[in-house]
Design a protein. Structure first.
Length: 169
């Protein structure tokens, strides 16, 4: 079952605490996703994105020591690590290359939604509508794709960046 909750002002603090746990492991690290957009309803899971020069340099042992464990996401352009508490997912950590950092859709969409509250509200309304419909968790992300693509395209256009599919490799 998918849970969408009202924005929690504690989310930035939770992200900051996780970022502190990861201090020194990455070149860049930021809070991304819906929990990083003030006022946006979201699944109560903190998403982080971190950059490294090369994915081959990521120390899974170091990440495991602070509670992040590798999760196969099928994507070839990043690594995904998750943190759980009592069997409940609390954090996702997306590790990408520094070369791709400036044009990552998740960062671009986050910044756009922070500056465009009407579009953030459209996104929140869609999420709530999907959950209320009883959508299967496996279909939830795909059901959001059309709106996410539209909003990401707007954001990339404003930045003068080429449009790309939001479903990255």
């Amino acid at each position: 079952m998918i849970e969408i909750v009202d924005y929690d002002p504690a989310w930035p603090e939770m992200a900051a605490a996780a970022i502190a746990d990861l201090d020194g492991m990455f070149v860049e690290i930021e809070h991304i996703g819906s929990t990083s957009v003030p006022g946006l309803a979201a699944k109560p899971v903190i998403d982080l994105m971190a950059a490294v020069v090369s994915l081959a340099t990521v120390s899974e042992d170091s990440l495991a020591r602070v509670g992040f464990h590798r999760h196969d996401n099928g994507m070839t352009d990043r690594l995904l690590f998750i943190r759980t508490r009592d069997g409940v997912l609390t954090h996702n950590l997306h590790v990408v290359t520094l070369a791709s950092w400036p044009t990552r859709n998740q960062r671009i969409l986050r910044d756009y939604l922070r500056e465009h509250p009407a579009d953030a509200e459209r996104y929140a309304a869609l999420k709530r509508e999907l959950v209320a419909s009883g959508i299967h968790p496996g279909d939830y992300a795909a059901a959001k794709t059309e709106l996410i693509q539209e909003l990401t395209d707007k954001a990339r256009t404003l930045l003068g960046l080429p449009l790309v599919d939001v479903w990255e490799k």
